[in-house]
Design a protein around this ligand. Structure first.
Ligand code: NAD
Length: 250
């Protein structure tokens, strides 16, 4: 395992109580960072915080990221307590229903777009202001291979994740002359609690389409995210990093 130096770095992780978020948090903590976990699920946040056992290097905030004012409050709170935000991993997300577009309930469409795409705007905007002022920052937006491929029966999810990629590229270009990197990753399916939101038939279908013949491991996501978050990533920005085990095409 490669070692990165995140000593004195402060990293905000949205969806921090989830599978990817918690895995990333554990590796960053072990690498010296202080982390701030933001998630809508207060119970899961408490459990994650206990499991991580990082003392005062772990902060938690129960927050709905679709609420712009709440996100800006959360950034102010981190700045008041820690004085800096060096990294952001935006990993919060939901799948929404597994349903053909012809039958897709409009209220679910709106919820998926708000949760997966509009929250990306809120979080990136609030955090990048701090990074611009400091002339330092690393942002990783967690999208999905669905963004590139448009999975059947997941149109809202794919559309929202595709929007995340465009936002990432725009912000990457806007900040390219600063010491700021803004990138996205597009993993294939990984076994986390996100699978609880999908029927088994959909999970089996996705597995059948992954060339490596297996799901992506959380640790594999963690490795790529940690490099993108590190100071060593001084060039790559406005880019999308594939993590699809052979370019899965659902
Ligand atoms: N697991 C996969 O197969 C997979 C594959 C590709 C991409 N992704 C993406 O990776 C990210 C992390 O997924 P995961 O596998 O860790 O899933 P997860 O369900 O374990 O974690 C997602 C977290 O986001 C939180 N969340 C949802 N809505 C929120 C809101 N409005 N405000 C704040 N927090 C909210 C949830 O409470 C949850 O803890 C997601 O964006 C997902 O779309 C997952």
């Amino acid at each position: 395992m490669n070692a990165y130096d995140f000593k004195n770095r402060v990293v905000v992780i949205t969806g921090g109580a989830g599978g990817f978020g918690k895995g990333i948090a554990a590796r960053l903590l072990a690498s010296g960072a202080s982390i701030e976990l933001w998630d809508i699920d207060a119970g899961a946040l408490d459990a994650a915080s206990q499991e991580l056992n990082g003392g005062d290097r772990v902060g938690t905030r129960s927050i709905d990221l679709t609420d712009n004012a709440a996100v800006h409050d959360a950034v102010r709170d981190v700045m008041a307590r820690r004085g800096r935000i060096d990294g952001l991993v935006h990993s919060a997300g939901i799948t929404g229903p597994t349903t053909p577009l012809a039958d897709y309930p409009p209220e679910d469409w709106n919820r998926v777009i708000q949760t997966n795409l509009v929250s990306t705007f809120h979080v990136n905007q609030a955090v990048v202001k701090v990074m611009i002022a400091a002339d330092y920052g690393r942002i990783v937006n967690v999208a999905s291979i669905a963004a590139k491929e448009g999975n059947p029966n997941a149109s809202a999810y794919g559309a929202a994740k595709a929007g995340m990629l465009a936002l990432t590229k725009s912000l990457g270009k806007e900040t390219a002359t600063l010491n700021i990197a803004v990138n996205a990753i597009t993993p294939a399916a990984a076994r986390t609690k996100m699978f609880d939101q999908m029927p088994q038939a959909q999970i089996d279908y996705m597995l059948s389409k992954i060339p490596r013949g297996r799901f992506v491991e959380v640790d594999e996501v963690v490795s790529m995210v940690c490099w993108l978050l590190s100071e060593e990533n001084s060039c790559a920005t406005g880019a999308v990093f594939d993590l699809s085990a052979g370019r899965a095409t659902y």
